[in-house]
Design a protein. Structure first.
Length: 242
Protein backbone atom coordinates (compact mmCIF):
# COMPACT_ATOMS: atom_id res chain seq x y z
CA UNK A 1 0.00 0.00 0.00
CA UNK A 2 2.78 2.47 0.94
CA UNK A 3 4.48 1.70 -2.36
CA UNK A 4 1.28 2.61 -4.21
CA UNK A 5 0.87 5.87 -2.34
CA UNK A 6 4.46 7.03 -2.78
CA UNK A 7 4.75 6.45 -6.53
CA UNK A 8 3.30 8.79 -9.14
CA UNK A 9 0.24 7.64 -11.02
CA UNK A 10 2.30 7.63 -14.21
CA UNK A 11 4.83 5.26 -12.60
CA UNK A 12 2.06 2.89 -11.50
CA UNK A 13 0.63 2.72 -15.01
CA UNK A 14 4.11 2.35 -16.52
CA UNK A 15 4.68 -0.69 -14.30
CA UNK A 16 1.29 -2.24 -15.13
CA UNK A 17 -0.92 -0.68 -17.78
CA UNK A 18 -3.97 -2.56 -16.49
CA UNK A 19 -4.09 -0.11 -13.56
CA UNK A 20 -5.12 2.55 -16.10
CA UNK A 21 -8.61 1.06 -16.08
CA UNK A 22 -8.93 1.80 -12.36
CA UNK A 23 -7.82 5.39 -12.85
CA UNK A 24 -10.16 5.85 -15.82
CA UNK A 25 -13.09 4.51 -13.80
CA UNK A 26 -12.46 7.22 -11.20
CA UNK A 27 -11.78 9.88 -13.89
CA UNK A 28 -8.15 10.25 -12.81
CA UNK A 29 -5.83 11.50 -15.56
CA UNK A 30 -2.92 9.04 -15.72
CA UNK A 31 -1.26 10.34 -18.89
CA UNK A 32 -1.14 14.16 -19.08
CA UNK A 33 -1.12 14.57 -15.29
CA UNK A 34 0.62 11.34 -14.38
CA UNK A 35 3.25 13.10 -12.24
CA UNK A 36 0.86 13.35 -9.27
CA UNK A 37 0.61 10.78 -6.49
CA UNK A 38 -2.59 8.90 -5.75
CA UNK A 39 -2.77 10.60 -2.36
CA UNK A 40 -2.66 14.07 -3.97
CA UNK A 41 -5.42 13.25 -6.44
CA UNK A 42 -7.66 11.48 -3.93
CA UNK A 43 -7.39 14.40 -1.51
CA UNK A 44 -8.15 16.95 -4.23
CA UNK A 45 -11.10 15.00 -5.69
CA UNK A 46 -12.46 13.72 -2.37
CA UNK A 47 -12.00 10.08 -3.39
CA UNK A 48 -11.74 7.03 -1.14
CA UNK A 49 -7.99 6.40 -1.15
CA UNK A 50 -8.18 3.02 0.56
CA UNK A 51 -10.84 1.70 -1.84
CA UNK A 52 -8.86 2.78 -4.93
CA UNK A 53 -5.68 1.26 -3.51
CA UNK A 54 -7.52 -2.04 -3.01
CA UNK A 55 -8.80 -1.92 -6.60
CA UNK A 56 -5.27 -1.36 -7.86
CA UNK A 57 -3.93 -4.23 -5.78
CA UNK A 58 -6.67 -6.53 -7.09
CA UNK A 59 -5.70 -5.70 -10.68
CA UNK A 60 -1.98 -6.15 -10.06
CA UNK A 61 -2.41 -9.43 -8.16
CA UNK A 62 -3.49 -11.18 -11.36
CA UNK A 63 -0.67 -12.25 -13.68
CA UNK A 64 0.08 -9.96 -16.61
CA UNK A 65 1.04 -12.50 -19.24
CA UNK A 66 1.56 -11.27 -22.80
CA UNK A 67 1.57 -7.60 -21.74
CA UNK A 68 4.59 -5.68 -23.09
CA UNK A 69 6.83 -4.23 -20.39
CA UNK A 70 7.40 -0.95 -22.22
CA UNK A 71 9.53 0.57 -19.45
CA UNK A 72 12.27 -2.00 -20.15
CA UNK A 73 12.34 -1.41 -23.91
CA UNK A 74 15.26 0.43 -25.57
CA UNK A 75 14.17 3.97 -26.40
CA UNK A 76 14.60 3.57 -30.15
CA UNK A 77 12.39 0.46 -30.10
CA UNK A 78 9.77 2.33 -28.07
CA UNK A 79 9.84 5.20 -30.60
CA UNK A 80 9.36 2.73 -33.46
CA UNK A 81 6.37 1.27 -31.62
CA UNK A 82 4.82 4.69 -30.97
CA UNK A 83 5.19 5.73 -34.60
CA UNK A 84 3.99 2.49 -36.14
CA UNK A 85 1.17 1.85 -33.68
CA UNK A 86 -0.14 5.17 -32.43
CA UNK A 87 0.92 7.70 -35.08
CA UNK A 88 -0.35 5.48 -37.88
CA UNK A 89 -3.60 4.87 -36.00
CA UNK A 90 -4.23 8.60 -35.64
CA UNK A 91 -3.44 9.23 -39.31
CA UNK A 92 -5.79 6.44 -40.39
CA UNK A 93 -8.69 7.28 -38.08
CA UNK A 94 -8.85 11.06 -38.53
CA UNK A 95 -10.47 10.97 -42.01
CA UNK A 96 -12.78 8.14 -40.91
CA UNK A 97 -14.04 10.05 -37.89
CA UNK A 98 -14.39 13.29 -39.83
CA UNK A 99 -16.63 11.53 -42.32
CA UNK A 100 -18.80 10.02 -39.57
CA UNK A 101 -19.08 13.26 -37.59
CA UNK A 102 -19.85 15.31 -40.68
CA UNK A 103 -22.71 12.92 -41.51
CA UNK A 104 -24.03 13.12 -37.94
CA UNK A 105 -24.11 16.90 -38.14
CA UNK A 106 -26.10 16.83 -41.38
CA UNK A 107 -28.61 14.23 -40.22
CA UNK A 108 -28.90 14.78 -36.46
CA UNK A 109 -27.43 18.23 -35.82
CA UNK A 110 -30.78 19.98 -35.66
CA UNK A 111 -32.02 17.73 -32.83
CA UNK A 112 -28.61 17.40 -31.17
CA UNK A 113 -26.72 20.68 -31.59
CA UNK A 114 -23.89 19.43 -29.33
CA UNK A 115 -22.74 17.44 -32.37
CA UNK A 116 -21.53 20.65 -34.00
CA UNK A 117 -19.34 21.38 -30.97
CA UNK A 118 -18.02 17.81 -30.94
CA UNK A 119 -17.13 18.08 -34.64
CA UNK A 120 -15.40 21.42 -34.09
CA UNK A 121 -13.38 20.07 -31.15
CA UNK A 122 -12.35 16.96 -33.10
CA UNK A 123 -11.39 18.97 -36.19
CA UNK A 124 -9.15 21.17 -34.08
CA UNK A 125 -7.63 18.15 -32.39
CA UNK A 126 -7.01 16.45 -35.75
CA UNK A 127 -5.05 19.44 -37.04
CA UNK A 128 -3.06 19.89 -33.84
CA UNK A 129 -2.24 16.19 -33.51
CA UNK A 130 -1.05 15.99 -37.12
CA UNK A 131 1.39 18.87 -36.58
CA UNK A 132 2.41 17.49 -33.17
CA UNK A 133 3.32 14.07 -34.56
CA UNK A 134 5.35 15.62 -37.41
CA UNK A 135 7.39 17.63 -34.89
CA UNK A 136 8.10 14.45 -32.97
CA UNK A 137 9.01 12.48 -36.09
CA UNK A 138 11.21 15.20 -37.64
CA UNK A 139 12.82 16.83 -34.58
CA UNK A 140 12.52 15.08 -31.23
CA UNK A 141 12.56 11.38 -32.12
CA UNK A 142 15.60 11.58 -34.47
CA UNK A 143 17.63 13.22 -31.68
CA UNK A 144 16.61 10.57 -29.16
CA UNK A 145 17.68 7.91 -31.66
CA UNK A 146 21.05 9.68 -31.98
CA UNK A 147 21.45 9.62 -28.21
CA UNK A 148 20.67 5.90 -28.13
CA UNK A 149 23.30 5.29 -30.82
CA UNK A 150 25.75 7.30 -28.68
CA UNK A 151 28.77 9.42 -29.64
CA UNK A 152 30.77 8.24 -32.66
CA UNK A 153 34.37 7.41 -31.82
CA UNK A 154 35.97 9.99 -29.53
CA UNK A 155 33.59 12.79 -30.58
CA UNK A 156 30.94 14.02 -28.20
CA UNK A 157 27.29 13.91 -29.25
CA UNK A 158 26.52 16.98 -31.33
CA UNK A 159 24.38 19.45 -29.41
CA UNK A 160 21.00 20.00 -31.11
CA UNK A 161 19.75 23.42 -32.18
CA UNK A 162 17.06 23.27 -29.49
CA UNK A 163 19.63 23.00 -26.67
CA UNK A 164 18.52 20.32 -24.25
CA UNK A 165 16.10 17.50 -25.10
CA UNK A 166 13.98 18.86 -22.23
CA UNK A 167 12.97 21.85 -24.37
CA UNK A 168 11.04 19.99 -27.10
CA UNK A 169 9.82 17.51 -24.49
CA UNK A 170 8.27 20.36 -22.50
CA UNK A 171 6.56 21.62 -25.65
CA UNK A 172 5.23 18.14 -26.49
CA UNK A 173 3.89 17.71 -22.96
CA UNK A 174 2.08 21.05 -23.13
CA UNK A 175 0.50 19.97 -26.40
CA UNK A 176 -0.48 16.66 -24.79
CA UNK A 177 -2.22 18.64 -22.05
CA UNK A 178 -4.15 20.59 -24.68
CA UNK A 179 -5.37 17.43 -26.39
CA UNK A 180 -6.25 15.81 -23.08
CA UNK A 181 -8.39 18.83 -22.21
CA UNK A 182 -9.99 18.85 -25.67
CA UNK A 183 -11.05 15.23 -25.34
CA UNK A 184 -12.39 15.82 -21.85
CA UNK A 185 -14.63 18.42 -23.49
CA UNK A 186 -15.68 15.94 -26.19
CA UNK A 187 -16.43 13.29 -23.55
CA UNK A 188 -18.57 15.79 -21.62
CA UNK A 189 -20.43 16.93 -24.74
CA UNK A 190 -21.14 13.31 -25.71
CA UNK A 191 -22.19 12.24 -22.20
CA UNK A 192 -19.11 9.99 -22.02
CA UNK A 193 -19.76 8.70 -25.54
CA UNK A 194 -23.30 7.58 -24.72
CA UNK A 195 -25.56 7.81 -27.79
CA UNK A 196 -29.07 9.28 -27.23
CA UNK A 197 -32.14 7.05 -27.41
CA UNK A 198 -32.93 8.11 -30.97
CA UNK A 199 -29.41 7.33 -32.20
CA UNK A 200 -29.04 5.37 -35.43
CA UNK A 201 -26.27 2.84 -36.06
CA UNK A 202 -24.05 5.51 -37.62
CA UNK A 203 -24.43 7.59 -34.45
CA UNK A 204 -23.45 4.64 -32.26
CA UNK A 205 -20.48 3.68 -34.42
CA UNK A 206 -19.23 7.29 -34.48
CA UNK A 207 -19.33 7.59 -30.69
CA UNK A 208 -17.68 4.18 -30.29
CA UNK A 209 -14.86 5.23 -32.66
CA UNK A 210 -14.45 8.52 -30.81
CA UNK A 211 -14.08 6.70 -27.50
CA UNK A 212 -11.60 4.29 -29.07
CA UNK A 213 -9.64 7.27 -30.41
CA UNK A 214 -9.50 8.81 -26.94
CA UNK A 215 -8.40 5.51 -25.38
CA UNK A 216 -5.60 5.20 -27.93
CA UNK A 217 -4.58 8.82 -27.30
CA UNK A 218 -4.33 8.11 -23.57
CA UNK A 219 -2.04 5.11 -24.19
CA UNK A 220 -0.02 7.15 -26.68
CA UNK A 221 0.49 10.07 -24.27
CA UNK A 222 1.22 7.71 -21.38
CA UNK A 223 4.05 5.99 -23.27
CA UNK A 224 5.64 9.35 -24.03
CA UNK A 225 5.01 11.35 -20.84
CA UNK A 226 5.64 8.56 -18.34
CA UNK A 227 8.28 6.42 -20.06
CA UNK A 228 9.93 7.83 -23.19
CA UNK A 229 10.40 11.44 -22.10
CA UNK A 230 11.82 10.93 -18.58
CA UNK A 231 14.15 8.16 -19.80
CA UNK A 232 15.34 10.40 -22.67
CA UNK A 233 16.16 13.20 -20.23
CA UNK A 234 18.11 10.76 -18.03
CA UNK A 235 19.99 9.44 -21.06
CA UNK A 236 20.99 12.97 -22.07
CA UNK A 237 22.27 13.66 -18.56
CA UNK A 238 24.33 10.46 -18.68
CA UNK A 239 25.84 11.36 -22.05
CA UNK A 240 26.57 14.91 -20.92
CA UNK A 241 28.53 13.60 -17.93
CA UNK A 242 30.69 11.25 -20.01
Amino acid sequence: MNDTLEKSIGQLVAEDYRTAQVFKAHKIDFCCKGNRTLTEVATKKGLNLEAISEELEAVRSNGQENLPDFKTWPLDLLIDYIEKTHHRYVEKQIPVLKQYLNKLNRVHGERHPELFDIFEQFNTSAGELSMHMKKEELVLFPYIRKMVAGPTGSEALEKPHFGSVSNPIQMMMEEHDNEGERFRTIAKLSNDYTPPEDACNTYRVAFSLLQEFEDDLHRHIHLENNILFPKSEKLEQTLTNL
